[in-house]
Design a protein around this ligand. Structure first.
Ligand SMILES: Cc1ncc(COP(=O)(O)O)c(C=O)c1O
Length: 373
């Protein structure tokens, strides 16, 4: 009765982590949770207000292409942030968060001639799951520390439909230079695959603002996904966008009404307020920076190697025992971290901490780590 693809998938790894945390709490352990990357920062007040003020008497079906005002706000943001000139009518489409759009891309481009989807590892699991449900062949591109966690471009199969990249990278926090996007986009045009760039974390950086595939002079075959979830602490609003090659954006406009994933218009209006403001983003970065410093400090003292971790809300640390046993050991002391193995076999040997607990809890966790490591 149930699809073999669904049956073959293991439980979403974080479901397992959350169960382990609940079990530890039931045993009386007070857990500080660095597991899932769901910001616990409040959504800025002006964004909440914009949402409330936009709820109309009657809310009809939203259109797949989204509100023109939101597309314009996104294009204006991309121009300010990346110097990218996007045509809001042809090159931008709002999405219901970015996860669904990431998941659905394979449905639109995989074909009998182009059956492979290249996904990085370790990685956010949705690229692979979207490929599997579209009946595609998954080709794993391992991200290795010695390569700066960039994939090797010589292993892309001839029948590749999509090559997924994600920088700033979850879980490693690694960055990609613009030259990487240039090289990969040239290859995409030459070989006819789609370069899909998931840029959910471009706004959470600590040294220099990360590059974007939107900065490419030639965006043919390129589609970029970004979101307000982390930038503006709006995971629950479900608000993101896709931008890039007009042919792909137009395919999304044709495909998405079938699925019913147009964002609610009152959410789109709140999104306009969020994209138009940078002050709250700078404050958000400051908060993550303060938490990051506390943990970098304790890891430095205890000789734990923090790897990459130049951006995103994550720290990626090297562990010298199986990552699940490391995570279990810390959970018993009251600190939950995600084992690297949760992000695929290439994540083994590492663990990820999402900087989501409060500053005070980060300080408490640092004191625990000081003893436990
Ligand atoms: C790498 C990456 N991409 C995309 C997303 C999706 O975020 P959203 O659907 O909230 O926009 C996440 C969420 O955690 C993520 O980590």
């Amino acid at each position: 009765m149930i699809s073999p693809v669904l049956q073959s998938l293991a439980a979403y790894p974080f479901t397992r982590l959350n169960e382990a945390i609940a079990a530890a709490e039931a045993r009386g352990i007070d857990v500080i949770d660095f597991g899932m990357g769901d910001p616990r920062e409040p959504t800025p007040e002006f964004v909440r207000r914009a949402l409330v003020e936009s709820v109309p008497d009657r809310s009809g079906y939203p259109l797949a292409q989204g509100l023109p005002e939101l597309r314009e706000a996104i294009a204006a943001w991309a121009a300010r942030r990346f110097g990218a000139e996007l045509d809001p009518g042809r090159e931008v489409i709002p999405t219901l968060g970015s996860k669904e759009a990431i998941y659905l891309l394979a449905q639109m481009v995989v074909s009998p001639e182009r059956r492979s989807v290249v996904v990085p590892e370790p990685a956010y699991p949705v690229y692979e799951r979207g490929a599997l449900f579209a009946g595609a062949e998954v080709a794993i591109a391992p991200l290795r520390e010695e390569d700066g966690f960039l994939p090797r471009l010589d292993a892309i199969p001839d029948d590749a439909a999509i090559v997924w990249v994600n920088y700033p990278n979850n879980p490693t926090g690694a960055l990609a230079p613009l030259s990487f996007y240039e090289e990969l986009a040239a290859l995409a045009r030459e070989r006819g695959f789609v370069l899909a760039s998931d840029e959910a974390y471009t706004e959470l950086w600590f040294t220099e603002p990360p590059a974007s595939a939107l900065q490419l002079a030639d965006r043919r075959n390129v589609i970029v996904f970004n979101t307000l979830s982390k930038r503006s602490s709006m995971t629950g609003y479900r608000s993101g966008f896709a931008a890039g090659d007009p042919e792909l954006v137009s395919a999304m406009k044709a495909f998405r009404p079938t699925v019913g994933v147009a964002p609610q218009e009152f959410v789109q209006r709140a999104a306009i307020a969020a994209w138009n403001d940078e002050v709250h983003v700078e404050q958000t970065r400051e908060r993550y920076r303060a938490k990051r410093e506390i943990l970098l400090d304790v890891f430095g003292r205890r000789g734990v190697r923090v790897v990459a971790s130049d951006a995103t809300m994550y720290l990626w640390i090297a562990v010298d025992e199986p990552s699940e046993s490391f995570a279990t050991r810390l959970l018993e002391r009251g600190v939950a971290v995600a084992p690297g193995a949760y992000f695929g076999a290439a994540g083994e040997g590492y663990a990820r901490l999402a900087l989501v607990p409060t500053l005070d809890d980060c300080r408490r966790a640092a004191a625990i780590l000081d003893e436990a490591l």
